[in-house]
Design a binder for this molecule. Structure first.
Ligand code: ADP
Ligand code: MG
Length: 367
């Protein structure tokens, strides 16, 4: 039986299986789970089954509060002045936006609004406990990366320059020049700005004749904790990323614009998997400079915590792309296979989908 090796503290990779929706049929379910394993048949030979281990697997009936409980331990890192990064990865339609943003009904709120609620609550508690000696300030920015260009989501789509915002290096850090930063003093402030920016995101996608699932949406909240007596300030940033859909558009799309989109998505997701793998293995060199997204995030540089949520659509229609996504997540993990005798050699071939790069060992095990 395969299990994930330690350490679990800095990088957590979890899977969430969404329920069967509307026109989908229960009989078409191909993704199953058993404790921390995701189990799926080989689309080319249904008698063969692949299993993929995770730090945790959330089955179909899991609700938004349970998913939030998975990421809420990151708050203590943030308040200590470390960076926290939370990714939602998966095929379009697998539940990334539902997981990150969710809906307005209280039970349906996603990770981002819940995180903001928790940040304000913790900030208030800190101020109260310290009798006003400590204070918290939260500053938000929100941008998307489309075709490797950075666009400010606080800016009206018709004001955008096609080239996107430039990057600049300063004191070893990468900054997006001209990116709007807004101080958010209340949860209400946050909600107004968040809704406006999300509207900008869908309008700009329409203007580009694309779809918002073809861009990465990145929201950053910088939390500054200040000791008002000594002036000492701790700064931590939480970034929540609703990634572009991981499906292989090269299979279905043949127009040039979709091919360009697809190539830039593949490259950034590939670099992301390499960074997460390097962090998981505690390697000294994290190749975060090799894509714009990981470079802006300075992924792995301010030793906080990273959570990767793999969203899975359970039915046959997504079978091949889901398998690619599971292989992606397994690239990003260090897996210890505790079998005696040693397990058979890996059986999955690169799927020709989703991710480009050198051939790599695939980790799905058969049973
Ligand atoms: P993605 O952002 O990955 O393209 P969405 O979050 O838009 O996918 O989800 C696709 C559809 O499935 C949406 O209608 C969404 O409301 C629904 N959905 C996703 N996850 C869940 C869930 N856990 N429970 C209920 N509905 C969900
Ligand atoms: Mg989405």
């Amino acid at each position: 039986m395969a299990s994930l090796s330690a350490p679990l503290d800095k990088v957590r990779i979890i899977a969430r299986i969404r329920p069967v929706l509307g026109s989908e049929r229960e009989m078409d379910i191909v993704v199953k789970n058993d404790s921390n394993l995701v189990i799926m048949p080989n689309p080319k030979n249904e008698k063969e089954t692949f299993t993929f281990p995770f730090h945790a697997v959330y089955p179909m009936e899991s609700d938004q509060a349970q998913i939030f409980a998975e990421v809420s331990p990151t708050l203590k890192h943030l308040f200590k002045g470390n960076d926290v990064t939370i990714f939602a990865y998966g095929v379009t339609g697998s539940g990334k936006t539902h997981t990150m943003k969710g809906n307005k009904a209280p039970a349906e709120r996603g990770i981002i609004p819940r995180l903001l609620t928790a940040i304000y609550r913790r900030g208030k508690e800190l101020e109260k406990k310290s009798n006003g000696e400590m204070s918290m300030c939260a500053i938000m920015s929100y941008y998307e990366i489309y075709n490797d260009k950075v666009f400010d989501l606080f800016e009206a789509p018709n004001k955008r320059t096609l080239a996107g915002l430039p990057l600049r290096e300063q004191h070893g850090k990468t900054h997006v020049v001209g990116l709007t930063e807004k101080e958010i003093s209340t949860l209400k402030d946050f909600e107004t700005l968040y809704d406006m920016a999300n509207n900008n995101r869908s309008t700009s996608a329409t203007m580009l004749n694309s779809n918002s699932s073809r861009s990465h949406a990145i929201i950053c909240v910088r939390v500054e904790i200040k000791n008002n007596e000594t002036g000492e300030t701790k700064i931590g940033t939480v970034s929540c990323i609703d990634l572009a859909g991981s499906e292989d558009n090269r299979r279905t799309a043949n127009d040039k614009e979709r091919m360009v989109e697809s190539a830039s998505i593949n490259k950034s997701l590939f670099v992301l998997s390499q960074c997460v793998e390097a962090m998981q293995k505690k390697q000294n060199r994290i190749p975060y400079r090799e894509s714009k997204m990981t470079r802006i995030l300075s992924l792995g540089q301010n030793n906080g915590m990273t959570v990767m949520i793999l969203n899975l659509a359970p039915t046959k229609k997504f079978h091949q792309d889901t398998l690619s996504a599971l292989n992606f997540a397994n690239r990003a993990k260090q897996i210890e296979v505790k079998n005696d005798p040693p397990p058979p050699p890996p059986v999955l071939k690169p799927l020709g989908g989703g991710i480009t790069g050198p051939p790599r060992r695939e980790f799905g095990t058969t049973k």
